[in-house]
Design a protein around this ligand. Structure first.
Ligand code: HEM
Length: 126
């Protein structure tokens, strides 16, 4: 890990919480759990994801590196769009469990890719 300033601690914490909420919401839908209908479950992801993105933008300005300028942040940016698309399909649009599970797993693979890109500052971190 690179050195951790306050902004990065916020960013990484939001990333962990965002992933956890996404993972759990998938489980709760598949289980037909009543938890999914609790109000906080609908609200918390918006707050966390807004903080995650705000801290991302603030971090980009502090290190003077930007999506569409630096390859690793460009990769992170497009991977984030893919993660949002797959995530939204898995939690909302999916009409059956097979496609839901496939999109849910693919979203998690994309999330893992984003973390590897972040740690290595490299769009091809494998
Ligand atoms: C799901 C979305 C995201 C996840 C999981 C994530 C994860 C991470 C992690 C784990 C780090 C710490 C890396 C380290 O210091 O070792 C980090 C740093 C960073 N992220 Fe993100 N991030 C996400 C979205 C974004 C986006 C969209 C941007 C685009 C602006 C961004 C910009 C940054 C910047 C600039 C740093 C600081 C790098 C440094 O100081 O060396 N992040 N991110």
């Amino acid at each position: 890990m690179h050195c951790m300033n306050t902004l990065k601690i916020i960013h990484v914490s939001c990333a962990v919480i965002s992933y956890t909420l996404f993972f759990l919401r998938g489980i709760w839908i598949l289980n037909k759990s009543a938890i999914i209908r609790q109000r906080w479950v609908a609200i918390a992801p918006h707050i966390v994801d807004t903080l995650l993105l705000s801290s991302a933008i603030a971090l980009a300005f502090t290190i003077h590196q930007y999506p569409l300028v630096h390859a690793w942040l460009t990769a992170k940016f497009f991977a984030l769009l893919l993660y949002i698309g797959l995530g939204s399909f898995a939690l909302k649009q999916a009409k059956n469990n097979a496609s839901r599970i496939l999109a849910w797993l693919a979203a998690q693979a994309v999330f893992a890719y984003i973390v590897l890109v972040a740690i290595n500052h490299n769009p091809l971190p494998f």
